[in-house]
Design a protein around this ligand. Structure first.
Ligand SMILES: *[C@@H]1O[C@H](CO)[C@@H](O)[C@H](O)[C@H]1NC(C)=O
Ligand SMILES: *[C@@H]1O[C@H](CO)[C@@H](O)[C@H](O)[C@H]1NC(C)=O
Length: 465
């Protein structure tokens, strides 16, 4: 199953005739390259697409998988990523409903690995020798120990959230000039899924309420803080959420299926940088981008049933916003990023499902609306202080929720005022600083827990609202 290669063809932007030809080509290619992991379809406009499967993830009722797959399959070469979509499928390749397997999150992160060393084989998050691996994360804004340095990542909303990067932009990867000599570029996939078949409280399991899990200490053997009610500390890999009495164990294998589209790099593509904001970022109070990732929403005691949180961050470059999307958990309503003058940079709303089918599960966020500003219409100035606002319903309490915002920005070279070479040269040292300071723990994306405990004596503190 892991070896199987799926080939997909685009139909949206093509005429009927072209579509037919592409379809035939795809079939032919499928026949020829079914066992070839490099198989792919090249389209007229140069956009390539390939569907991959993660290794098999074995689940049973109430079980949790939080897996780290190093050296995940990913397009090779100097390319520009145009989209990255993912979902959970079963052995037959059918989409699995969030009501059965809740996709807490998936994250894809880039790193450099020293040539000739052996791949970490286990699926935990501590498999790296620091000097052999260099994280190569996104452009900011949370500090590099925050565990938010991924390039791509979504959760339950993955099926109905657009990730397409519009022309003429692209996310540049595999640039040989950026890869430190003696290293090669690789990708890590982290998948966190919770099997909620037969559980006593599905929402409670998906929120990782500690009372429902068979844990007394966290993944690192540390006791929980007194008021810690739930979150990623309580639903780590191979923990068990409470199931109904007398249930017979039914195992099931699932896979994360992910589809990457890309174009070969060319000078006509404008590279975009990835920035992720977190509503728990303490920058406005401490001057440091300390992002806690998770927070709790208390049940409202008044008629006002909205929990609104805000955080501020100074933006490190000047540029044009090309794409934006928020990440919220169940209970989330909407989130927006505002400029210093109060203008809306992007507003993103949660889309809830209404039925039972995969992609439309009632009670779950099945998509987030996205922003595609007209090129050049939404600018951010260098050093501008942005405000992230995140709204949750507080009709009920929510545990371990998130308020993230992801934007793609094309740096405005005209306002840089410095020669391009300087910009190029500054890239490598940044990576090395990262290594020196934090090692690989940096991007083991959801190692929030560890970091929080080490950086904050009192841990788990809630942010100011
Ligand atoms: C929780 O239960 C699962 C399945 O029964 C078991 O494999 C795991 O070791 C348990 N974990 C803890 C922390 O007790
Ligand atoms: C969040 O809620 C506040 C208060 O109801 C409202 O003024 C604001 O527009 C909301 N923001 C978003 C992004 O939904």
């Amino acid at each position: 199953m892991e070896q199987k290669v799926f080939i997909k063809y685009f139909s949206g932007t093509m005429s009927r005739g072209t579509r037919g030809i592409v379809f035939l080509l795809a079939i032919a290619l499928l026949a020829i390259c079914a066992q070839n992991t490099q198989a792919r379809v090249t389209l007229e406009n140069g956009v390539k697409s390939k569907v991959y499967l993660s290794p098999k993830i074995a689940l049973h009722q109430g079980s949790v998988a939080n897996k780290y797959y190093y050296d995940m399959e990913f397009p090779k070469g100097h390319i520009a990523i145009k989209s990255f979509n993912a979902e959970v499928v079963d052995e037959e390749g059918n989409p699995v409903s969030l009501k059965e397997t809740y996709l807490h999150h998936w994250v894809a992160a880039r790193y450099y690995q020293r040539k000739g060393i052996k791949e970490p084989k286990h699926y935990g998050n501590l498999g790296f020798q620091q000097s052999d691996h260099i994280p190569a994360g996104n452009a900011g804004v949370c500090n590099s120990a925050s565990g938010l340095s991924q390039f791509f990542g979504l959760g339950s909303e993955t099926r109905k959230t657009s990730t397409h990067v519009p022309d003429p932009y692209g996310i540049e990867v595999g640039n040989p000039l950026e890869i430190p000599s003696g290293y090669e570029e690789k990708w890590l996939l982290n998948v966190h899924a919770i099997d909620t078949r037969g559980v006593v409280d599905a929402m409670g399991c998906t929120e990782c309420r500690c009372s429902l899990y068979n844990v007394t200490v966290d993944e690192y053997g540390q006791p929980f803080k007194p008021n810690y009610a739930g979150g990623l500390y309580c639903c780590y890999d191979e923990t068990q959420c409470k199931v109904k009495n007398g249930l017979e164990s039914v195992k099931r294998n699932v896979y994360m299926k992910y589809t990457v589209t890309w174009v070969d790099w060319s000078e006509s593509i404008i590279p975009v940088k990835i920035y992720i904001f977190d509503v728990t970022d303490s920058w406005q109070y401490t001057g440091i981008h300390d992002c806690l990732i998770e927070f709790d929403v208390e049940q409202s005691t008044t008629n006002e049933c909205m929990d609104t949180r805000r955080s501020k961050s100074s933006f490190p470059i000047a540029g044009d916003v090309v794409y934006g999307v928020a990440h919220l958990h169940s209970g989330g309503i909407g989130s927006a990023l505002y400029g210093e003058d109060g203008r809306v940079i992007c507003s993103s709303r949660a889309i809830y499902g209404e039925g039972n089918e995969a992609g439309d599960e009632s009670g779950y966020i099945v998509g987030m609306t996205t922003c595609y500003p007209k090129p050049g219409s939404i600018k951010i100035a260098n050093g501008e202080v942005l405000t992230l606002e995140s709204n949750y319903s507080s009709q009920k309490s929510h545990i371990g929720v998130m308020g993230l915002f992801y934007i793609l920005v094309a740096e405005s070279s005209t306002t840089l005022g410095s020669p391009v070479q300087i910009h190029q040269e500054s890239k490598v040292p940044i990576f090395f600083w990262g290594v020196a300071a934090f090692g690989l723990a940096i991007f083991a994306a959801i190692v929030v827990a560890y970091r929080r405990r080490r950086q904050n004596g009192d841990g788990y503190h809630s942010i100011a609202t």
